[in-house]
Design a protein around this ligand. Structure first.
Ligand SMILES: [Zn+2]
Ligand SMILES: [Zn+2]
Ligand SMILES: [Zn+2]
Length: 358
């Protein structure tokens, strides 16, 4: 117990009301976190590389305590610089991604479910953090990503490399040491390959390195989310993963350019809890919630309600006055950087306009 810093406090005869309140608040916070874990927030102890002992910051992205507390959080503004609702842009992106990357789904309800899932993933706290990290790394290493074509070029160079990285990780799934090595090599600053000239000082990041780090961080979180929380039986072939994640990065970059984000200094882990709660409320788990047992909860469980009114995103045509692909070019965020947007491919393939009619 520390002594009170100033004399204007009454000497404590425990338990003071303040101490009681604090204790109660701590207990409530702990309970709330437990509840969040059971609904899709990753456990702070989970490491991206899979090694439970790993203390690297790049692997401990789910931790919010002390050393691992992020400096900033990435929040959405209400509207873009063009006065478009940011949440509509997110929905539009997710819908386009769902329909362009999996064009063969026919049932509209399946499309909407998929779009909802993509939106949840793209807007999730770990992806936001990965983007902030990406931007910071680029700035720190004087990498100029202010030109859209430059980012697209880098994405198109990186995508095949990323695809083979996913394949490598798939193959190495049972080899923990190798997985860890590969993950660390991608997430950590590059080092001199030649041992003779090796110094403690890492090499500067390259553009491709920054993109790879974003893609892999997001992918490891996506796999985690899929494995533990959201049973999405989609065809996650490596090229689909690479397409989607590249699209997400480009999408974030475009949102950034259109002034859709605000960077908020992080005050403490409670604020991170807040951010996770918002996300869990907005994107509740789809399907059965039988993965946990709420019987220990001695209070009614607010979080289990699955009747969120915003669960199903509005299809494109229903978002009034919104024509992003035409007016702002957001649709460019979907598709392979190398080949251009996917819808262009589809148009060639089917001989018709791949886009919804306006
Ligand atoms: Zn690690
Ligand atoms: Zn619950
Ligand atoms: Zn449109």
């Amino acid at each position: 117990m520390s002594t009170p810093p100033s004399s204007d406090r009454i000497s404590s005869s425990p338990p003071s009301p303040v101490a009681l309140t604090l204790r109660r608040r701590e207990r409530d916070e702990r309970r709330r976190r437990e509840e969040q874990y059971s609904h899709g927030r990753p456990l702070p102890s989970q490491k991206l590389c899979g090694n439970e002992e790993c203390v690297l910051r790049c692997c401990n992205v789910f931790k919010t305590s002390r050393f691992y507390l992020p400096d900033y959080l990435l929040g959405d503004k209400e509207r873009s610089v063009d006065d478009i609702l940011v949440k509509d842009i997110q929905t539009h992106f997710a819908y386009l991604a769902a329909t362009r990357i999996w064009p063969s789904i026919e049932k509209q309800s399946d499309v909407l479910l998929k779009a909802q899932s993509i939106e949840a993933f793209a807007a999730s706290p770990p992806v936001r953090a990965a983007y902030l990290d990406f931007r910071y790394l680029c700035q720190k290493n004087d990498l100029n990503f202010s030109i859209e074509s430059r980012l697209r070029e880098t994405l198109s160079v990186t995508m095949p490399r990323f695809r083979s990285l996913i394949e490598t990780l798939d193959t190495a799934r049972l080899d923990d040491d190798y997985t860890e090595l590969v993950v660390h090599r991608t997430l950590q600053p590059p080092h001199q390959a030649d041992k003779a000239v090796q110094t403690d000082r890492p090499l500067p990041w390259t553009q491709e390195g920054c993109v790879m780090r974003f893609l892999l961080t997001s992918e490891l979180w996506r796999c985690h989310d899929e494995r533990y929380m959201r049973q999405r039986g989609w065809a996650w072939k490596p090229w689909i993963v690479a397409e989607l994640l590249s699209a997400v990065l480009l999408h974030y970059w475009l949102l950034d350019r259109e002034k859709c984000f605000e960077r908020v200094p992080c005050r403490g882990s409670e604020q991170c809890d807040e951010v996770w709660q918002d996300w869990l409320d907005k994107y509740p788990l789809l399907g059965g919630d039988s993965s946990h047992d709420d019987e220990e909860d001695d209070e009614p469980d607010q979080g289990d309600s699955k009747k969120s009114p915003d669960l199903v995103p509005k299809p494109i045509g229903l978002i009034k006055g919104l024509d992003l692909d035409k007016d702002v070019g957001y649709v460019g965020g979907v598709g392979t950087a190398a080949r251009g947007p996917l819808w262009r491919d589809m148009r060639q393939k089917h001989g018709d306009d791949g886009l919804p009619q306006h």
